[in-house]
Write a protein that binds this ligand. Structure first.
Ligand SMILES: NC(=O)c1ccc[n+]([C@@H]2O[C@H](COP(=O)([O-])OP(=O)(O)OC[C@H]3O[C@@H](n4cnc5c(N)ncnc54)[C@H](OP(=O)(O)O)[C@@H]3O)[C@@H](O)[C@H]2O)c1
Length: 256
């Protein structure tokens, strides 16, 4: 196990209470593991618990596409942790379609609910406590595909673009309360969800699917590459960082 210390032998996030959404696998599971290694107390959530769940975190099952799901997670988190210092809004998914006209109405709504409104709802439920304590760190997970606006994913990238815009505004609103809000934007990362999406995309007749030979740093990302960035942003090392978007993509995607 990696232990993240602050140089004085103390685990860097000891005493911090964290909620990570989508922590059952992929990027979320890596964030949960790193937070636990750094000494934080962690609650995580997904619709279903899995065998890849990191040990040591409390799991809450909920579907975050609904207000009721967000309320259930917020209530359970407050019961378990007493409050929240760190909120990582990570749960998300992309489903490619042949083009925008092939994307049904319900799918646009579903992608907005999961990739944008789930964060808005959870933030609105948990930031009152952060305001009272006058501290907190929130990280939203976007995607480096936003500036590409690739037609099979427009409902997904539009939802994540909204998330990035909202994240910058929320940072302004919460800065006077000592709450920092940032975005981490992953490129192509090897996760169960990422691989499944790229396989579905490859089966569509929609142009070339990017592969890792186009990554300037020469490899695909791993979940810990993203978790490293998240851990930086929620730690005191980033105490003067808010309203930022940290792109972690090996240099591959256009900056938008
Ligand atoms: N992997 C990539 O290449 C990549 C690139 C750019 C951005 N991202 C972003 O990074 C984040 C994590 O992606 P990942 O690749 O780690 O995905 P993943 O392997 O599919 O993991 C997604 C996590 O979110 C949970 N989740 C999905 N739908 C949910 C729902 N309706 N309610 C509650 N939880 C839900 C999943 O659990 P359940 O299915 O059991 O609910 C799982 O824990 C996402 O926001 C994604 O958009 C990923």
């Amino acid at each position: 196990m990696t232990t993240i210390e602050n140089g004085s032998g103390t685990r860097e996030l000891a005493g911090k209470r964290a909620l990570v959404t989508g922590g059952s696998r992929g990027i979320g599971a890596a964030v949960v593991r790193q937070l636990l290694d750094a000494g934080a107390e962690v609650v995580t959530t997904a619709r279903t618990a899995t065998s890849t769940m990191p040990e040591g975190a409390t799991f809450v099952a909920a579907d975050l596409r609904t207000r009721a799901g967000a309320e259930a997670v917020a209530t359970a988190t407050r019961e378990v942790l007493g409050g929240v210092d760190i909120l990582v809004d990570n749960a998300g998914a992309a489903r490619p379609y042949q083009g925008t006209s092939a994307i049904p109405d319900e799918e646009w709504q579903d992608q907005l609910d999961l990739n944008y409104l789930a964060s808005v709802r959870l933030d609105s439920l948990l930031t009152p406590g952060m305001r009272e304590q006058r501290s907190g760190a929130i990280v939203h997970i976007s995607t480096a595909a936003v500036p590409l606006t690739t037609p099979p994913f427009l409902h997904y990238t539009a939802a994540k673009a909204a998330l990035e815009n909202y994240s910058r505004g929320l940072a302004l609103e919460l800065a006077p309360f000592g709450i920092r809000v940032n975005t981490v934007t992953p490129g192509r990362v090897v996760t169960p969800g990422g691989e499944a999406t790229r396989e579905q995309w490859a089966r569509l007749d929609s142009g070339p699917v990017l592969d890792h030979t186009t990554v300037p740093l020469g490899r695909e990302g791993q979940p810990d590459d993203i978790a490293n960035a998240v851990l930086f942003l929620v730690s005191d090392r980033a105490s003067w960082v808010t309203r930022s978007n940290l792109v972690v993509d090996g240099g591959e995607f256009p900056r938008g």
